[in-house]
Design a protein around this ligand. Structure first.
Ligand code: ZN
Length: 319
């Protein structure tokens, strides 16, 4: 039970007290509110320090804003609004953004690439489209779109908060990539990761690629992924362990997943996927924001931020 002084004042017989006593209680109440505000500010400041400047709450704000636009499969009107939101935010944070359009089977897709810094690159990527059908729903509701709070919006939200919180890269160019048309795979003969396939054909001079997908699950457990580069995976897991996140980044390979890292891996670029594939709402209409937590977004965001800032330059050197 949470009982505040305001409740106490409104439920007590304060109206019957002499005026001077009411005044005193009023000042006491104001002092209490001021102290409470100060305490919240200190807590926020502490959270910002302990999270190396990456805020899970900021990321959650992006996730909710994008989720409110609605499901946004490749080629949809909603997708256009999500794209505008992403580009607008990146520009406000001083990132140079480029939109790379492509056409596949008559549908228009748009990858968004943003960069800071000069030289050879490290790329952090995610897909930002959501799945047009919920093929893991019962048959009668399979034609409904997936809301994509976790599958599409969680990776996007983490990259948008990184756009704000990452330090300026030194000695390399950092790319943030938002791929379209990942999640139309296995529908009407479409393969997965069409957007990433088009993006991988652009010569970006990359030393490492890290993809995030479905990393917002409130019950976060990220296992290593079989198609990912082993040394890069180890490097990411070391960062997670050093930050005290060993219980969320489990050092065992569990799944082998087709995702946006593969087009880059097939070009010989060390590429890794961070994904929590134990998500019961995957490809259903239940993939909604209540299944996602700011804490999970913050854990993954911190790992990426610290990894880029402390390990990024080493991956450029070992290229
Ligand atoms: Zn998916």
């Amino acid at each position: 039970m949470n009982f505040s002084l305001r409740d106490f004042l409104s439920h007590s017989r304060i109206g019957q007290l002499p005026f001077r006593t009411q005044n005193f209680l009023g000042s006491l109440h104001s002092a209490f509110l001021a102290m409470r505000n100060l305490a919240s500010l200190l807590l926020l400041a502490f959270a910002a320090c302990s999270s190396h400047g990456f805020s899970g709450y900021n990321a959650m704000h992006h996730l909710l804003t994008i989720s409110n636009i609605g499901p946004h499969p490749v080629g949809s009107k909603e997708q256009e609004r999500v794209r505008d939101y992403i580009i607008d935010w990146l520009q406000k944070q001083g990132w140079e953004s480029q939109v790379h359009p492509f056409v596949y089977r008559g549908l228009h897709g748009y990858n968004i690439l943003a960069c800071k810094g000069e030289g050879p690159g490290i790329l952090l990527g995610t897909h930002y489209d959501t799945r047009p059908i919920s093929d893991r729903n019962p048959p009668e509701t399979r034609s409904l779109p997936v809301p994509g709070a976790n599958d599409g919006n969680s990776g996007t939200a983490v990259l948008l908060e990184l756009a704000l919180s990452l330090k300026e890269p030194r000695n390399f160019r950092l790319w943030l990539a938002f791929f379209d048309a990942e999640d139309r795979g296995n529908i009407d003969g479409w393969p997965f990761s069409i957007g990433a396939l088009f993006a991988s054909q652009i010569e970006l001079d990359l030393a490492a690629v890290v993809i995030v997908d479905m990393i917002g699950d409130a019950d976060l457990q990220i296992y290593q992924e079989a198609n990912s580069d082993k040394a890069l995976t180890q490097s990411l897991w070391n960062t997670a362990r050093n930050l005290g996140f060993a219980e969320y980044f489990i050092p065992q390979v569990k799944y082998s997943i087709i995702d946006d890292h593969l087009p880059f891996a097939s070009k010989g670029i060390p590429s890794a996927l961070l994904i929590d594939f134990d998500y019961p709402y995957w490809h259903t209409t239940e993939d909604t924001p209540d299944k996602v937590s700011p804490k999970s977004l913050e854990i993954v965001g911190q790992v990426l931020k610290v990894w880029v800032e402390e390990e990024g330059a080493k991956w450029i050197e070992r290229r």
